[in-house]
Design a protein around this ligand. Structure first.
Ligand SMILES: [Zn+2]
Length: 290
C-alpha cells in the first residue's frame, strides 16, 4: 500500500464553533511523508504540523499551538482525512479555528470523495501497537492494545434519556468510516451553554452545527441521524485526535467516558513507552477508504 494525497485542492468556507469567526480553508495535495500540516495564511503561512507535541489544551475541542500560534477544533477535519484514507495534506486557514460545518465530518468526507484521493510512490507507514498501554482518570478510562486492524471499542454514559449508556465497536474497513461514523454530530447540553459562552466558547454554536440537549429532550427539530449518534460522534473524535500520531494505526482502542484530554494523555503516555509500538510499512492492514 502506498501513501496518498488529494487529487486536487478543495476550498471550504465556514464558521468556527467556539470562536464564531468566519474562516476560509483550503485543503491542498502534499508530498509524501508530509502528514497533515496546518498553514495560517493570515500569519505569513506559519505552519503547525498535526502532531501530539503541539497539543495545547483540549477541554471542549482539541487545540494545537506552536510558538504561540493557535489552531482550534482540528479533530473533525483530521477524522475525515484519516477516515478517507488521506495520508498527506496541507490545510490552509485564514483564521484561528477549523469550520464546524454541520458538527460532523460528513461535508469534509463528501468533498474529499468527490475530489478524489491519489496514490503516491512512498509505501504507507503504519503505527503498530505492540503492547497494551492504558490511562485512567477517575471513571474515565482508555487503553490501546495490539490488534489485526484499526479498531475502536467505545462506551459513553450520560444521564439523559436520549443517551444513557451507549456502546459501539467500530472497525476500519473499506467505506466503514463514511457509512457509520462521518455524519454523527457533536452534542452539548443547554445547562452547559451559558457556562461555555461565559468562557468565550461555543460562540459559533447553533442548532445547525450541534445537537443541543435539554434536560429531557433536544432543541433540534430534525431527528437524530442514528439512535446512537452520540457514541458514534465520540468515535469520530477519537479517530480525529489519534490522527495526531501522524499515520494510520494498527491496534485496538478501548474508551470508556473518554474525552479530548484523556485522548491526549493516552497518546503522550504511548509515545513515551517506546517498546509498546513500532512504525512499519503497510502490507495488508486495513486503513479505511470511504
Ligand atoms: Zn467532536
Amino acid at each position: 500500500m502506498k501513501e496518498t494525497t488529494l487529487a486536487k485542492p478543495i476550498e471550504i468556507n465556514g464558521v468556527g464553533l467556539h470562536t464564531g469567526v468566519d474562516v476560509n480553508m483550503k485543503l491542498r495535495p502534499a508530498p509524501e511523508n508530509t502528514g497533515y500540516i496546518f498553514v495560517r495564511t493570515d500569519l505569513d503561512d506559519f505552519e503547525i504540523p498535526a502532531s501530539v507535541e503541539y497539543i495545547s489544551h483540549c477541554s471542549y475541542a482539541t487545540t494545537l499551538m506552536r510558538r504561540g500560534v493557535v489552531l482550534s477544533t482540528c479533530e473533525h477535519l483530521l477524522s475525515a482525512l484519516r477516515g478517507s484514507g488521506v495520508d498527506n495534506c496541507f490545510i490552509d486557514l485564514d483564521n484561528i479555528e477549523i469550520p464546524i460545518m454541520d458538527g460532523s465530518s460528513e461535508d469534509f468526507v463528501e468533498l474529499i470523495s468527490k475530489t478524489g484521493v491519489v496514490e503516491q510512490n512512498a509505501p504507507r507507514r503504519v503505527f503498530r501497537v505492540l503492547e497494551r498501554v492504558s490511562f485512567e482518570q477517575g471513571d474515565r478510562k482508555m487503553a490501546i492494545e495490539p490488534a489485526e486492524n484499526y479498531e475502536i471499542d467505545c462506551v459513553i454514559d450520560f444521564p439523559h434519556p436520549f443517551i444513557e449508556r451507549q456502546s459501539l465497536n467500530f472497525v476500519f474497513k473499506n467505506g466503514s468510516f463514511g457509512k457509520e461514523i462521518a455524519s454523527a454530530r457533536t452534542f452539548g447540553f443547554t445547562h452547559e451553554i451559558e457556562m461555555l459562552r461565559k468562557a468565550n466558547l461555543a460562540l459559533g454554536g447553533s442548532l445547525d452545527n450541534a445537537i443541543v440537549l435539554t434536560p429531557d429532550g433536544m432543541l433540534n427539530d430534525t431527528p437524530l441521524r442514528f439512535d446512537d449518534e452520540f457514541v458514534r460522534h465520540k468515535i469520530l473524535d477519537i479517530i480525529g485526535d489519534f490522527a495526531l500520531l501522524g499515520m494510520p494505526i494498527q491496534g485496538k482502542i478501548t474508551a470508556e467516558k473518554s474525552g479530548h484530554s484523556v485522548h491526549a494523555s493516552l497518546m503522550s503516555k504511548l509515545l513515551k513507552a517506546e517498546h509498546a509500538w513500532e512504525i512499519i510499512e503497510s502490507t495488508s492492514v486495513s486503513v479505511a477508504r470511504t
